[in-house]
Design a protein around this ligand. Structure first.
Ligand SMILES: [Zn+2]
Length: 254
């Protein structure tokens, strides 16, 4: 049996319909963490997590390029007991989104406020960083974050190892098979690796809708690089996910 945990996935995306969820429920994953980008998705994510209780788990948070944190906070508060993490949060310094230091500082403030909430609620953070690997890891460390997942990390491996020393985890999406970040998998200890799909993005094939069952592609890649079996990768990454998101342990359907 497959016991993969998809640690970062946009299951509330309009690309997925009701039929798909039923299929997914039977596809052999152990759990799917549904992350939010903006507060407009929150209710749908909560709704899905109720409909597929013990299988789809909600993380609520505001993506770095969204500006709706004030609207989001009361909803996070409302559902705090059901959340397994805060996310996705983070920093995105690609030129498309930032034109100067002021924009970067705004993103930092939004991340800081959400880290504070995560700390209050004793929840891990599910973190996006794009062209901002170093500033993201440094800020998380500065804020004393202990439990963080860096999803689809695009920074330097030396920076990632700084995160490893802080106890952070890194999730590998199926797009790794066509990415320039393959050396990251080589460097990271298996004990700090989780699996994700970021569906419907970051699939094995560009421009093709990604789905959580593609998580096997990530697992196979990690297995090949680490010289271990896919089963071993499955076992360790699932243990890692359960350690990082401890609320899963009691709530997962078995
Ligand atoms: Zn994402």
């Amino acid at each position: 049996a497959n016991v993969y945990i998809d640690c970062h996935c946009h299951i509330s995306s309009g690309e997925f319909d009701k039929q798909f969820f039923v299929f997914l429920f039977q596809a052999g994953l152990l759990a799917v963490l549904a992350v939010a980008e903006h507060f407009g998705e929150f209710e749908k994510i909560i709704d899905l997590s109720k409909r597929f209780q013990g299988f789809i788990f909600p993380c609520l948070g505001v993506h770095p390029v969204q500006e709706d944190l004030d609207a989001a906070l009361p909803i996070i508060e409302k559902y705090k007991d059901q959340l397994v993490g805060i996310g996705e949060v983070g920093l995105d310094f690609t030129p498309r989104f930032v034109s100067g230091d002021k924009d970067k500082e705004n993103q930092r403030q939004v991340l800081i406020r959400q880290v504070e909430i995560a700390k209050q609620l004793e929840l891990p953070v599910n973190v996006h960083s794009r062209s901002a690997g170093r500033p993201t890891i440094h800020l998380l460390k500065e804020l004393g974050v202990q439990n963080a997942l860096l999803h689809a990390f695009d920074g330097k491996t030396a920076v990632a190892m700084d995160g490893v020393r802080a106890g952070f985890y890194f999730s590998i999406p199926p797009s790794i098979i066509r990415s320039e970040q393959q050396k990251l998998v080589k460097c990271l200890p298996l004990e700090n690796i989780c699996l994700e799909t970021d569906s419907p993005a970051l699939g094995p094939e560009k421009q093709v809708r990604n789905e959580p069952q593609n998580i096997r592609v990530s697992a196979e890649f990690v297995a090949k690089v680490k010289g271990v079996s896919v089963e071993r990768v499955m076992e360790v990454t699932t243990e890692n996910a359960l350690r990082l998101f401890p609320k899963l342990r009691t709530k997962i359907r078995l």
